[in-house]
Ligand binder design. Sequence first.
Ligand SMILES: [Zn+2]
Length: 283
Amino acid sequence: MKRPREEWKPVQVPVIICRDMWERAQQKLASKGDHRRNVKDEYLMRRRLACTCGYAMQGRARKSRRADGDDTLYYRCSSQIGKLVKGKCNAPHFRVDDVDAEVWAQTKELLTNPTEVLRAYRTAQQQQQKQQSSLQEQIDIIDEQIAGYNAEIDNLLDARKGVTSDTLKKRYDAQADDLAVLIDRLTARRATLVQQVHDTTITDEHIAGVAEQLKDAHALVAEAEGNPQAQRKLIEFLNLRAVLRVDDAGEKWVDIKFILSVYPRRIAKKDSGSALRYGEERK
Ligand SMILES: [Zn+2]
């Protein structure tokens, strides 16, 4: 049975950071001082967002028309930046504060709901097991093919023994060489598949480790409230990705991906006039 190549890709496992690493990161942040705000850190989903067209979403600031106003940050499709062969897509800009608010809300929901996180892991584990058996299927087919080609080579060599004509001998040799090339190719492909079987494993221990770490989650979430850098750390911890899209009714959505589970969230609508007021509210 043939399956699309994409299905063979290993399931992406979130990077697990241990409590020690987390604490060291926190200390590092504290020692630098909170006053040193990095603009890059204000994009919670920097390098983690895609457009429905497949291009990355990039953050950019738009200057306020008022001298004392805050710049407004937007995510926009990178196909709209520069000249691209594929052409620009017509995705609208998404306000960073609106998108990030939804992402942070989802992050909190996941971190404070271990049952959901473990469910997502189990789903991924089951998916992996399917992948593993698909990979194993491929390996079995290749083994059969290799055995078949080897048998053909044996037959050719047997037949070659019985002939005296040099022309015929050369023809047998050429056929055997062709088969040997095919066997080499299959052997290389087999090695890749075997490697993939080993690469793609979410173990029960892995899941138990995650469960253990989530015991601290409530405290981590509380510490990260109002601290974009700490929030970003937690997003990295969960390895969240997202796609920004607009539905048929014109509503904006952020589809947040955690391992193989997707959590769609509608982005709260704000009328354009409230843009500056919203900025001011953010202390
Ligand atoms: Zn796009």
